[in-house]
Design a protein around this ligand. Structure first.
Ligand code: HEC
Length: 208
């Protein structure tokens, strides 16, 4: 009888050890799978965010105003070597016919659509590439979102409003994750050094 009991005890201990072993093994496997799944999920979501940003920048037409163009017989096309770098600092503005800018008349656009004249003066599309001195290199996603939601230049509460024709009122309605995606895409562009001029106030504009 004693022998039967001790054999039973040994058997139970054996089974216990076996199950524990296999359990700790499967825990380890689960832990491994979890962390690598999270890692690849993060990689995937970074890639997906970048793709989303690229898509949104494309369909929102940021290039229309923020990319210098090459003039072709078919009209202006985006100069991909300077994509989204804003109004070229060295570009000579054509003469403005001020009589056209009176209320009820015209808004004028310089031919690559990076400079715009209206009753507000002349506005220049900014450099959206991540150059730290002249572009968005020092910006955070939070600042980018604040700029587009507040309509204030550089997001400064007491600062000047963002001038036409920048459609911040529309873009500011995007979700945080869409705006973050746009910002991630802008950050992925090659940085281009281009110091866009400050806007000209209406008075200076009239002086020519
Ligand atoms: C119709 C022309 C136009 C389009 C389209 C446009 N922008 Fe602009 N954007 C401008 C102009 C002009 C300015 C300069 C306004 C100023 O100086 O106040 C500007 C300014 C900005 C600023 C403000 C920079 C600052 O320093 O506060 C940001 C950010 C910006 N644009 C991002 C974008 C993004 C992103 C898109 C596309 C989703 C876009 N813009 C599409 C014309 C445009």
């Amino acid at each position: 009888m004693k022998k039967v009991i001790s054999t039973l005890i040994l058997l139970c201990a054996g089974i216990l050890m076996l199950t524990q072993c296999s359990q700790s093994g499967s825990d380890k496997d689960a832990a491994l799978t979890d962390s690598s799944a999270v890692q690849s999920e993060n990689l995937m979501s970074d890639k997906a965010e970048l793709e989303r940003g690229k898509y949104l920048v494309g369909i929102c037409g940021c290039d229309d105003c923020h990319s210098p163009k090459l003039m072709t017989p078919e009209g202006p096309v985006i100069d991909s070597s300077r994509r989204l770098s804003g109004h070229p600092a060295d570009m000579q503005l054509p003469e403005i016919n001020h009589s056209e800018l009176a209320p009820g008349k015209w808004i004028l656009a310089e031919q690559d659509l990076t400079a715009w004249a209206g009753l507000w003066g002349v506005s220049f599309a900014v450099n959206l590439t991540p150059d730290s001195a002249t572009g968005t290199g020092a910006w955070t996603p939070e600042l980018f979102i604040k700029i587009l939601r507040s309509g204030k230049f550089m997001g400064i509460d007491a600062g000047r409003p963002i001038l036409p024709p920048m459609p911040w009122q529309n873009y500011g309605q995007m979700t945080d994750s869409d705006l973050r995606a746009i910002f991630s895409f802008l950050k992925s562009l090659p940085p281009i050094s281009n110091k866009v001029p400050d806007p000209l106030p209406p008075v200076e504009m009239k002086k020519g």
